[in-house]
Design a protein around this ligand. Structure first.
Ligand code: UTP
Length: 291
């Protein structure tokens, strides 16, 4: 039995400019794929990995996320009164009873690394997960990506970063790893480069939004100076961890990733989830054929 990953950080304090004007008032993480907001898919994956403490790094515009996981007294009372048990269970089930949500503020959007650092007082001294909710990873009835990673991290006593093969001509959109294969799915990372041009990319293995990291990363983040775009980059702190011979594995997870941080990805995820739902699939198929 591997040790569960107890704490998972959700950095959700970004500005979400790719979804303006919607994100003027709706947090990007609250955009729905069918009937669930992106943050719910992310939370379900963390709970599946064994997490009992979820740390949301938010900003003053993102109160909706806290409200979403809070009790909705009036709505719940009404649904109860009307005997709508199934709907009531949905409303009450956003967060399992044994799981607590902690909200930490990132006062200024100083980068993903800085957002993760804001969670330091809650995480303390143990390995923890980081989930970026705009990467929706679907593995059907199989193990969630974060659970797969947590098991590997525990077995190998290593940090684990999710990677995916991307087309060669798209390496300049991602963090790319140079790694020595360990087995079919994992490889030991030698170094990482942020958004290399295809000719300079050491591989086509791109970092996606799931990490299992040792608490050592916090001290390294504290020493990290602003990098690309004036932001404190998580990649730079991971690079520092690699330089001091920290063991970090790149892991090709089982499942399909949808980059819901952009419009095409959100549409793809929505279509995919609709096609998984027998009550929707025929309608969607007919509609697409007609289009
Ligand atoms: P993105 O690069 O996707 O930025 O951040 P963004 O602001 O969310 O979206 P766009 O590019 O403007 O459309 C990657 C992740 O890091 C978080 C974001 O919330 C997202 O989950 N993040 C980024 C923070 O929490 N704080 C930051 O300062 C920056």
């Amino acid at each position: 039995m591997s040790k569960p990953l107890r704490k998972v950080v959700f950095p959700v304090a970004g500005l979400g400019t790719r979804f303006l004007p919607a994100t003027k008032v709706v947090a990007k993480e609250m955009l729905p794929v069918l009937d669930k907001p992106l943050i719910q898919y992310a939370v379900d994956e963390a709970v599946d990995a064994g997490a009992d403490t979820l740390i949301f790094v938010t900003n003053r515009y993102k109160h909706a996320i806290a409200d979403y996981f809070d009790k909705a007294y009036e709505l719940e009372a009404k649904l109860h009164e009307k005997g709508k048990g199934e709907l009531l269970a949905l409303v009450q089930g956003t967060l399992p009873r044994n799981v607590r949500a902690v909200f930490v503020t990132q006062p200024e959007a100083l980068g993903l690394g800085h957002a993760v650092l804001c969670a330091k007082p809650v995480v303390g001294d143990e390995p923890f997960g980081v989930v970026l909710p705009d990467d929706l990873i679907w593995n059907g009835a199989g193990k969630g990506a974060l659970r797969q990673m947590a098991e590997l991290a525990d077995a190998q006593q290593a940090g684990v970063i999710a990677v995916e093969e991307v087309p060669r001509d798209e390496t300049d959109k991602y963090g790319i790893v140079d790694a020595t294969p360990v087995d079919e799915r994992s490889a030991r990372i030698r170094y990482m480069v942020e958004k290399p041009k295809p000719a300079a990319a050491p591989s086509n293995l791109a970092v996606v939004g799931r990490y299992v990291l040792p608490s050592r990363i916090f001290s390294l983040l504290e020493q990290t100076t602003p990098g690309a775009g004036g932001e404190i980059q998580l990649t730079d702190a991971i690079e520092a961890l690699l330089k001091e011979h920290g063991k970090v594995l790149a892991y090709r997870f089982e499942g399909t990733r949808f980059d819901c941080g952009n419009k095409a990805g959100l549409v793809r995820a929505t279509m995919h989830m609709a096609m998984q739902d027998p009550s929707l699939a025929p309608t969607v198929r007919d509609f697409l054929n007609a289009l």
